[in-house]
Design a protein around this ligand. Structure first.
Ligand code: PEP
Ligand code: MN
Length: 338
């Protein structure tokens, strides 16, 4: 169930409800929203206690959650969740957060060059893989530890947020100081140890939909982070496997409005891994904005033909710059801004 607190409930009253819920034998998960606080309560037999809890001081109402994803369910935050990502960037509000950069950090020169033009074009978050999950162990695995000082240098130089994929729970500590947003990739959407470890940190986490996962599966994966009391979860649609061979995956545009109905969490779209080719990426970005996405995660490289990973789908500098311009009217049409 979810306990919706009155907007005038002060911290002491909220704490009183949290303590009472714990006394009743449940695990309370307070979620402090922009306008109001809600307390999600997980546990068997919550139904029986609804009346007791509804009569506590400061409680507006109690809503039972029927969905298997309890903390991610829309009812927990009907107005939608806004997350503060740092450096003045908020996701889930008016801004469509543009995240862009190379698949992998390859060298300081490469990452500085890309960081410079992504920032200049108006990107808010720079992506860059330090550890790469490759289908074959023979392929480039990322610079690994050697990528960390490069990311640090570029982050400071351009005063920009960083997103990078985490592959191993043991790396939370290693990446903590340099990465602003952890990315859990499609291959790890159900890596429960990794989800739990990211939940134990305060950092925002982008969870990419598994390439064969349903939206229910994705939201249940989000629960693993939320249940550790890290509310900073962003869902990412990145294409699913289908029989079509013209593109790498099939971007499931329906997932955006559907997830928005199911959940209060921000939803972003990665058109690059869906397309696997750069020419249709702009159209997918526009479609994503039109469908209500809160952000985009786009691959771009200063020299796509020389990229060590995913060059075949990366936009070059000029294409990226053009994309940023072309998206403006789409943002405006949906009453958002880039
Ligand atoms: C990536 O972002 O480079 C990546 C590997 O993405 P995905 O997990 O969606 O394949
Ligand atoms: Mn990639």
């Amino acid at each position: 169930m979810v306990i919706i607190m009155r907007t005038d409930a002060d911290q002491r009253t909220i704490q009183g409800v949290i303590d009472k819920v714990a006394d009743l034998g449940f695990t309370p998960h307070p979620i402090y929203g922009v306008e109001k606080t809600v307390v999600a309560v997980i546990g068997d037999k919550t139904q029986e206690k609804i009346e007791t809890i509804a009569s506590l001081p400061g409680v507006d109402r109690v809503v039972p959650i029927m969905e298997p994803y309890k903390l991610a369910a829309r009812d927990v935050q009907p107005e939608g969740t806004r997350l503060d990502l740092g450096r003045g960037v908020t996701i889930g509000g008016e801004q469509i957060v543009m995240m862009a950069g190379p698949c992998a950090i390859e060298s300081a020169d490469q990452y500085l060059a890309i960081g410079r033009y992504v920032k200049a074009a108006g990107g808010s978050v720079l992506r860059g893989g330090i550890y790469k999950p490759r289908t074959s162990p023979h392929d480039f695995q990322g610079l690994r530890e050697d990528g960390i000082p490069i990311m640090r240098q570029v982050r400071e130089e351009f005063d920009i947020l960083m997103i990078s994929e985490i592959l191993d729970p043991r790396d939370v500590e290693l990446m903590y100081d340099v990465v602003d947003i952890f990315q859990i990739g499609t291959r790890n959407m159900q890596n429960f140890a990794l989800l739990t470890e990211c939940g134990r940190s305060e950092k925002p986490v982008v969870i990419k939909r598994g390439m064969c996962a349903t939206l229910d599966d994705l939201l249940k994966a989000a629960e693993y982070v939320l249940i550790e009391d890290n509310p900073n979860v962003i869902l990412c649609e990145r294409g699913v496997r289908t029989f079509e061979t013209q593109y790498r995956n099939t971007l499931d545009i329906s997932a955006i409005p559907a997830l928005k109905k199911m959940s209060h969490l921000p939803v972003i779209v990665d058109p690059s891994h869906a397309a696997g080719r750069p020419d249709i990426v702009p159209a997918l970005c526009k479609a994503a904005i039109a469908a209500g996405a809160d952000g985009l995660l786009v691959e771009t490289h200063c020299s796509p033909q020389e990229a060590m990973v995913d060059g075949a789908q990366a936009l070059d500098e000029f294409e990226f710059d053009q994309l940023m311009r072309d998206l403006q009217p789409f943002a405006e049409a949906t009453k958002r801004r880039l």
